[in-house]
Design a protein around this ligand. Structure first.
Ligand code: MG
Length: 384
């Protein structure tokens, strides 16, 4: 089935979150924001869709790489087309990144599912139709009754457990919070959450800082004593040997790498050299669903778990298709943000969670997003 049209529709919607000067998301007043829909259509009129940032789908990405490879090709040849696009990354000098590559590949998967009338998680393997979620908090802030103190984290953790989450992951404070980062305050927040939820709830920490080895070691010892389940991205991941050193010196499982480049190649190096006890992948980090499945299977072949970074339809599809990972990351959550409210361009969210704390895989064809095409048509800024 030949690809005859590739289109990027940029449109506005109302956002209730803002980003701070370091790029972390926090609650904010409702305001107009912009996002984009990538549509890939074949000769029979079937389309596949994925949402992405307008930046990742900007004209130079589309014209120089994605359209250049995909137009006129058989949309069913996902792996061949992914390999061809990935080859262009080298020549692009880094400008065609894994995020843009991943968006193009996700639209191909959505197209294939819609074409054969099957959810993507079933096509990929059909391992499980539901998966438990952990509640993943936003970074700490200075908002009154938000996530400004260890007590705030403790109170919010209690709310999350009552909401049905069976595990919680904290993101703690970082700049531009004036006194952050602080190992002492991180441990205090982790202790407040452990005290609030009791001894049996799995808890994780994404330190998300560029701590030094000694700081990372001190924080790791602190949360290991609180019986935390994993410890994530506490140092710059470009230094794998720092992670090897830390994993050798702590008992708590180290999870990674998340943001480091290199797709399955770098994950293989980390697994082989002991930089991580639990591997990490995410469809937007490694260039899509196909490379994520390779990393899940790499972990399986080494008797390792692989945990998926972030939510959304692509990551959910991967989770439905392999068994050696435990949780769906539902977030980012905050006392002042209603995660269950869909954005205006969707009729429903992809990951509704019952009181049992389980996320059920979508039953509709493709990636399963319930797109409000009328909203998008009424709020389109550009179509290209
Ligand atoms: Mg993370």
């Amino acid at each position: 089935m030949i690809i005859t049209d590739i289109k990027v529709t940029t449109f506005t919607y109302t956002s209730n979150t803002v980003q701070d000067t370091d790029g972390h998301t926090h609650p904010g007043d409702p305001h107009d924001a912009t996002t984009a829909l990538l549509t890939i259509t074949t000769e029979d009129g079937t389309s596949g869709y994925t949402f992405g940032s307008p930046d990742a789908l900007r004209p130079v990405m589309m014209d120089n790489f994605i359209k250049k490879v995909l137009m006129g090709q058989d949309a069913a040849d996902r792996e061949r087309l992914w390999q061809a696009m990935a080859r262009w990354q080298r020549g692009s000098g880094g400008s065609f990144n894994d995020r843009s590559l991943g968006l193009a590949e996700l639209a191909l998967w959505d197209w294939f599912g819609r074409k054969i009338d099957m959810p993507v998680w079933k096509i990929l393997g059909g391992m499980r139709d539901k998966v438990p979620a952990y509640g993943s908090t936003m970074c700490g802030d200075e908002i009154e009754n938000g996530l400004a103190t260890p007590e705030d984290y403790g109170r919010f953790a209690e709310w999350l457990i009552n909401r049905g989450y069976s595990a919680i992951k904290l993101h703690t404070w970082m700049p531009p919070v004036s006194w952050a980062p602080s190992v002492k305050m991180d441990i205090a927040a982790c202790a407040a959450v452990r005290e609030a939820v009791g001894p049996d709830v799995p808890l994780m920490l994404d330190a998300n800082h560029w701590y030094s080895r000694t700081e990372a070691f001190e924080l790791g010892k602190g949360i290991q004593n609180l019986n935390y389940y994993w410890y994530e991205e506490m140092m710059d991941e470009h230094s794998m040997s720092s992670y090897v050193w830390l994993a050798e010196n702590l008992d708590i499982p180290i999870l990674g790498p998340e943001f480091v480049e290199g797709k399955f190649h770098s994950r293989a190096e980390w697994a082989i050299h002991g930089g991580a006890d639990i591997l990490r992948t995410g469809v937007m980090d490694v260039g899509g669903i196909g490379p994520s499945m390779k990393i899940c299977h790499l972990a399986e072949s080494l008797n390792m778990d692989c945990e998926i970074h972030g939510g959304g339809p692509g990551n959910l599809a991967v989770l439905g298709a392999f068994f050696n990972g435990r949780w769906y990351e539902r977030g980012l959550l905050h006392p002042f943000v209603d995660y269950d409210q869909p954005p205006e361009y969707l009729n429903t969210i992809i990951d509704p969670m019952g009181p049992d704390g389980l996320i059920h895989m979508p039953t509709t064809p493709g990636l399963g997003e319930d797109i409000n095409f009328n909203w998008i048509a009424d709020h389109t800024i550009s179509e290209r």
